[in-house]
Design a protein around this ligand. Sequence first.
Ligand code: RP5
Length: 162
Amino acid sequence: MSDIKVGIIMGSQSDWPTMKEAADVLDELGVPYEKKIVSAHRTPDRLWDYGKTAVDRGLQVIIAGAGGAAHLPGMMASKTRVPVIGVPVQTRALSGVDSLYSILQMPRGFPVATMAIGAAGAKNGGLMAAAILANTDADLAARLDKWRADLSASIAEEPVDE
Ligand code: RP5
């Protein structure tokens, strides 16, 4: 079994600039991850294999981003019990509301933890994955606590003219 516990998957190369936010924050926190293009529509066999092997490969969280008819997170959640965090990628046609609704409205029994649309959602997806792993990793928990404290400390008390 590998050391990699987080899988970042996305429906297309075009999702990477968004999903990189998740990867970047995991880098900051020292959490190893893998990143793959796995399309529900264009590579369904790849999706199936990924979901089928996720537990045996030691994955503990999957962050899945997709846009438009964003079936990847939900289909992955139906194929593996590894928790799936869904990231709705912002689309040009419908601003990502299509992605959000596609990911959010899962039928009962197969949950996807759905983040906000776009970059903020991807970054929070990375943080959520780290928080899940921190429950059983004291060193990571300390790094995440510090990351959160540093963010709080960086927020000014008063606004300034820009
Ligand atoms: C979805 O279709 C992908 O997740 C992507 O957000 C969207 C558009 O994909 P491309 O046409 O840019 O490859 O499957």
